[in-house]
Write a protein that binds this ligand. Sequence first.
Ligand SMILES: NC(=O)c1ccc[n+]([C@@H]2O[C@H](COP(=O)([O-])OP(=O)(O)OC[C@H]3O[C@@H](n4cnc5c(N)ncnc54)[C@H](OP(=O)(O)O)[C@@H]3O)[C@@H](O)[C@H]2O)c1
Length: 281
Amino acid sequence: MTNKTIAITGATGQFGAIALDLLKTKNADVIALVRSPEKISGVEARKFDYSKTEGQVEALKGIDTLILVSSNEIGQRSAQHKNAIESAKKAGVKHIIYTSLLGATNDNTVKSLAGEHVETEAALKSSGITYTILRNGWYTENYTSSIPAALANNAFYGSAKNGRISSALRAELAETAVNVALGEGHENKTYELAGSTSWTLTDLAAEISKQTGRNIPYVDLPAEDYAEALVQAGLDSDFAGLIAQWDVDASKGALFSEDKTLEKLLGRPTAELDVAVKQSL
Ligand SMILES: NC(=O)c1ccc[n+]([C@@H]2O[C@H](COP(=O)([O-])OP(=O)(O)OC[C@H]3O[C@@H](n4cnc5c(N)ncnc54)[C@H](OP(=O)(O)O)[C@@H]3O)[C@@H](O)[C@H]2O)c1
């Protein structure tokens, strides 16, 4: 067992909570860095807000490895992540593991998200701190969370056409981050982390139909119509527009990769689509 002290941000979020639980299971020396320490149990939790530099250096004192889980506040993330990196430098953190985006620097990527990750990666590299960049692929749950809506609508709507999606379960990507934090030889590496297999929204709809015994077709809509349907379903119009555009990006292959690094770091192939659908149902 490693005797380094590991800190993790975003530990109140879905990815971070899974990673924190795994670190606890493995008896790692771990500290959660979160906005609401009262939400964490079983390990030390220190107050840490990406947007508030005051107190950050103190919170990062004594940390060897920081798992910097990217913020979910789109538009503010470059500045937030830079704050954390600068504070980590001042506090003497030795290694930062950052959750980036699959193909962040590619021409064909999710452009609305890539910029902040590219800027963070650049800040990390120029900080001089040892880094590991985990360019996480799309969570399968981004799509399987829409299964209840598909069952209610008798169709799975989207705008991804036949774009192939090399997603992985959030838990698989979180486990990989933990393996990297506890493992050796990941210094100054950038990993493209894609699921072992890929699928289309037609495949997803077929799997939902198979497992529920119902006919749930995939219906591809123009992006504007899909965004409008999401607004009708109660989403904020900016977010609906983003989701529809992510599907358009997917239709062009932005969520696809044949890179097999994820299964190597995870120690097994990622779950097949049927497993993810079963989990969601
Ligand atoms: N690969 C993908 O498909 C995918 C999908 C969605 C998101 N992501 C990215 O991966 C990250 C982790 O995913 P997730 O599913 O765990 O997201 P999540 O459940 O939304 O969790 C986000 C975490 O970020 C924390 N956070 C937000 N703003 C903060 C701030 N100003 N200071 C400190 N902490 C802050 C939240 O803390 P609070 O509990 O205090 O709000 C929460 O712990 C996301 O934040 C996003 O960057 C990736």
